[in-house]
Each structure stands twice: as structure tokens, then as C-alpha cells.
Ligand binder design. Structure first.
Ligand code: PLP
Length: 395
């Protein structure tokens, strides 16, 4: 039976996963900075290892501060359980290697994060686990791309850096029909803007380095899914490959999460203003932003995202040198990859995040030499606009 007054996400980000009564009333969660846990007796150690008694053993297998983060993240994504990792790529690799074996096939959205692309290539070369990309624009197109060997559908939406979207409910329905798990990299939205599990998808992963941390000082990852699946990953590709998060980094994420809702609202408000500014600027050629009514995927954004997010990509009139000159003229906006921080960041995908993608594939994905990606920060949007305006006036 659904609860009459379910707790809202703005409250969950602050309270879920932590009960101060259990920890001497400490308002802030304690950091369990320990590698191992002592057993009262040899027999207790035996029971813990046999899985007959709840309790901690060794911090690669679990740590109380990390558990608090995992419980909070599972709740925010409406999943049963979560696992925290040392990076977004540790989460992605544990999930993808956990789901596949030699001969299997992974079907991916048209674009995936650069290092995820690298991981897929490595899995193909070393283990003969193949992959394909599909625009997934319709049910028919998706069904056509699925093969008898397909064991995983791997989706990013919005896609980096072109901001094209994929209809998660449609994909989840096809996944269910075919018995193929759907994994969604939800990094660009954070659990505040989009909840793939609520839409029927099976697993969510995050680079927690981005909005979940929010302060540009941690590298971390999260995976959320069903109890049984998460437990299997915990006991295999997480435990034995070993990409676990440190207790201190888990604590920083618990701290960052408390302001997720207010931060996301501000990122989104600022992005809306800046998208309008860029769309009307004569030196800007195209703007890619899910909140733009001209965006071909606007209706998907309306359907599955609470707000259009804090990322905007745009192309300018000119060439690679013009794009680089614009970046060099910026004063407030910092030149850096990553996203989701308090500071507004700009990067040049063709020579930075997507430099390893061959030029031809890059252009097919819509990444030309004048494309820039802006991660809108938390500053006054007017100050960000003024910085863009003065830089644009100089090119
Ligand atoms: C940054 C990022 C990753 C990788 O995360 P790390 O924490 O850097 O390992 C994966 N997916 C997306 C969409 C990202 O932006």
C-alpha cells in the first residue's frame, strides 16, 4: 500500500540512511576511518564470514559510513539497494563486467561517456564482449538493434555533449519484454531530476564526482538496483576487483547530498537564463539544451526530467581557433572538464573529453570543432552571462 505522505526528495537528501540516535546524538554522521573490524570471538568471525551474522568484516566488503551513503542513494533513486565505488568508472565497470561474459553483446545509446567507450572497446578486444550503438529513437529501431546475444541495454540521457535524449520508459518496456536489463548512467541529471528505476529501468549508475558531490573535491561512483543484483555485484566485481570508496569520500558525499535539491534548482534556473542568452546571441550558431522548445527531444525532457538540467552545449560561428579564443577570453568561467560543481566550467569536447574519438565518428555524433560544453555553476547567472558576453565580443 502506498504511504499517504511519502517523504519528499528534498527531505530524503538530508535524512535518509542516518539515525543520530545510534551515534551518541551526533548530528553529522561519523567517519568510520578503519580498514578492519574486530570480532569478539573466533566463532563470531566464522559466522560473519559464513554470512550467518550481520556485521562488518573488512572495509572493502563494507563500512558503516559507506552504508549510510548507500542507503541514502538507494532511497533517492527508488531502488532497493546501492553500492558506492571509488569512481564512476569503477561503478560502470563493475556493473558491465558483472552482467556479461564472453560472446555477449551490449546495446548502447548513440553516445556514451568517453571512458565508458574505452571500457567497451577493452571488453571487446580482451573478452569478446561486443557492443553496438543505437539512436533508440523508436521501439522498432530499438527492437531491430537487439540481437540474440544482447544481455544489457546501456543508456545515457542526456547524451554527452550533444544533449540528445532517450525515452527511458520506452526502453524499459522493451527491456522487460525481452528480459534484458536496462542500465542507465544518470550522472547528468542526478536523482533530483530523473529517476530511471521509477520509469521501469533496472540499474542506475552515477559518477558521484559530479552533482552528487557538487563541490569538485571527490572522485566517486554509485550503482543502484534490486537487492539480489546489488548483492551479487558486491560479492563479485566490487569485492574482487576492489574499486571501493573510502569512508572519508563517502562522508563528503553524504555532506554534499544534503544540498542536492537546492543546488540543482539553482543550476537549472541559471542554465535556463543562459540558454536564452546564447540562443539569441548572433555569434552563437546552435544551442543544445533539453529545455529549448526547438530541441528535437523537448517532449522527452518534459516527460521524464523534472527540470532540463544544468548543462548547455553550443556551437559558435568560426572554427577551432575561434572556440579556443573564446575560452581563453573568459575570466569567471573556468576551463575544465567535469561538471556539476559550484563553479561554472567550460570545455572543448573535440580536443578534450572526446579527443580520443576519431574525427569522423565525432562529427557523426554532432561534435564539431566549434562545439563547447558549459556546466552552469551556482554563481549569479548575470555574472556568468556578462563573462560570456565580454568573451563573445572579442572573437
Ligand atoms: C564523469 C562521468 C563518468 C565517469 O565518472 P568518474 O567519476 O570520472 O569515474 C561516467 N559517466 C558520465 C556521464 C560522466 O560524466
Amino acid at each position: 500500500m502506498p504511504e499517504r505522505n511519502p517523504i519528499k526528495i528534498e527531505t530524503k537528501v538530508i535524512h535518509e540512511g542516518y539515525n543520530s540516535e545510534k551515534y551518541s546524538g551526533s548530528l553529522a554522521p561519523p567517519i568510520f576511518q578503519t580498514s578492519t573490524f574486530t570480532f569478539e570471538t573466533a566463532e563470531q568471525g566464522e559466522r560473519r564470514f559464513a554470512g550467518e551474522e550481520e556485521g562488518y568484516i573488512y572495509s572493502r566488503l563494507g563500512n558503516p559510513t559507506v552504508t549510510m551513503l548507500e542507503e541514502r542513494m538507494a532511497s533517492l533513486e527508488n531502488g532497493e539497494a546501492a553500492l558506492a565505488f571509488s569512481s564512476g568508472m569503477a561503478a560502470a565497470s563493475a556493473i558491465l563486467l558483472g552482467l556479461t561474459k564472453t560472446g555477449d553483446h551490449i546495446l548502447c545509446s548513440q553516445g556514451v561517456y568517453g571512458c565508458t567507450f574505452g571500457l567497451l572497446e577493452l571488453m571487446n578486444e580482451k573478452y569478446k564482449i561486443s557492443h553496438d550503438f543505437s539512436a533508440m529513437e523508436s521501439r522498432e529501431q530499438l527492437l531491430q538493434a537487439i540481437r540474440s546475444e544482447t544481455v544489457c541495454i546501456y543508456v545515457e540521457t542526456p547524451i554527452n555533449p550533444t544533449m540528445r535524449l532517450v525515452d527511458l520508459q520506452m526502453i524499459a518496456e522493451v527491456g522487460k519484454e525481452k528480459g534484458i536489463p536496462v542500465v542507465v548512467d544518470n550522472t547528468f541529471c542526478s536523482p533530483y531530476l530523473q529517476n530511471p528505476i521509477t520509469l521501469g529501468c533496472d540499474v542506475v549508475i552515477h559518477s558521484a564526482t559530479k552533482y552528487i558531490c557538487g563541490h569538485g573535491d571527490v572522485i566517486a561512483g554509485i550503482a543502484v538496483g534490486k537487492n539480489e543484483f546489488i548483492r551479487k555485484i558486491a560479492l563479485t566485481t566490487q569485492k574482487d576487483i576492489g574499486g571501493v570508496i573510502s569512508p572519508f569520500d563517502a562522508w563528503l558525499l553524504l555532506r554534499g547530498l544534503k544540498t542536492l535539491a537546492v543546488r540543482m534548482d539553482r543550476h537549472c534556473e541559471n542554465a535556463e537564463e543562459l540558454a536564452d542568452f546564447l540562443i539569441s546571441h548572433p555569434k552563437v550558431a546552435n544551442v543544445f539544451y533539453p529545455g529549448d522548445k526547438q530541441n528535437p527531444d523537448f517532449s522527452i525532457a518534459q516527460k521524464q526530467m523534472r527540470k532540463p538540467g544544468g548543462l548547455i552545449s553550443f556551437t559558435i560561428n568560426g572554427n577551432k581557433a575561434t572556440a579556443q579564443a573564446l575560452m581563453d577570453e573568459l575570466k569567471l568561467i573556468k576551463i575544465a572538464v567535469s561538471l556539476g560543481d559550484a563553479e561554472t566550467l567550460i570545455q572543448h569536447p573535440a580536443t578534450m573529453t572526446h579527443a580520443a574519438v576519431p574525427k569522423e565518428s565525432r562529427e557523426k555524433m554532432g561534435i564539431d570543432d566549434t562545439l563547447l560544453r558549459l556546466s552552469v555553476g551556482l554563481e549569479s547567472w548575470e555574472d556568468i552571462r556578462n563573462d560570456l558576453e565580454q568573451a563573445l565580443s572579442k572573437i
